[in-house]
Design a protein around this ligand. Structure first.
Ligand code: ZN
Length: 187
C-alpha cells in the first residue's frame, strides 16, 4: 500500500522557517485538511514550505512561529513529507491539541487535478500512519474538529469538500469508511 501512496520525503531543513523551532510530538491524531489553493500541487507546496513562503502572523494566541508547516501534502500523483511526525506542525489550532498532538495532512485541489485520486491517496496514507503509530480511526479528524481561539467561526470549514454545510456529515463518514477499508487491508 505504501507503494500506491508514492510517498516522497522533501523535508524543510531543520532550523529554518516552519522548522526553526523543534517541538517534539508523540502523534495521537491525524488531521485532514485541504489547501484551498487552486493553482498548486504537492511539489509546489513543498517548495513554498522549504522557501519560507507560507508565512502566518505570529500573535500571542495565534501562530507560534510565524510560518505554516504540516507533515504531508497529497495530490493526485504523490504524497510528500515535509517534516518528521515526531515534531509539531502549525496547521490546525495554534497552541491547541490539534497542533500539539496531530499529524497534519493537506490535500491539494488544484484546478484540473483528479480530486478523487487525491482523496484515495490520502485515505491510504492515513491508514498507513494509523498502523505505524497505533492511532485509532476515531482519532482521524477533519481540521473542523479543532476550534481556533479568537477566530470566527472557531471551527474551520476544512477540508471543505468533505464537509456538509460546513461541518462533518455524510461525506466525512464516507471518507472515514475508505480509511477504515484500507486500514483493515493492512491488518
Ligand atoms: Zn485546514
Amino acid at each position: 500500500m505504501l507503494r500506491q501512496v508514492n510517498l516522497r520525503a522533501d523535508m524543510v531543513r531543520q532550523g529554518t522557517y516552519g522548522r526553526k523551532v523543534v517541538r517534539p510530538m508523540t502523534p495521537r491524531f491525524i488531521t485532514i485538511h485541504s489547501t484551498q489553493n487552486y493553482s498548486a500541487g504537492a511539489r509546489q507546496h513543498s517548495l513554498a514550505l522549504k522557501n519560507g513562503a507560507l508565512r502566518s502572523a505570529k500573535t500571542r494566541f495565534g501562530n507560534r512561529i510565524g510560518f505554516l508547516i504540516w507533515h504531508f501534502t497529497v495530490d493526485q500523483g504523490v504524497a510528500i513529507q515535509h517534516m518528521p511526525i515526531t515534531e509539531q506542525g502549525e496547521h490546525a489550532d495554534f497552541g491547541g491539541p490539534g497542533n500539539r498532538l496531530s499529524i497534519g495532512i493537506e490535500m491539494c485541489e488544484n484546478r484540473g487535478s483528479n480530486l478523487s485520486a487525491t482523496i484515495e491517496r490520502t485515505a491510504k496514507l492515513t491508514a498507513v500512519l494509523m498502523k505505524r503509530n497505533q492511532i485509532p480511526l476515531k482519532n482521524v479528524v477533519p481540521h473542523y474538529h479543532w476550534p481556533r481561539r479568537g477566530k470566527h467561526p472557531p471551527n474551520k470549514n476544512c477540508p471543505h469538500f468533505l464537509m456538509d454545510h460546513g461541518r462533518p456529515g455524510t461525506k466525512w463518514r464516507a471518507f472515514l469508511g475508505k480509511v477504515n477499508y484500507y486500514y483493515q487491508q493492512l491488518n
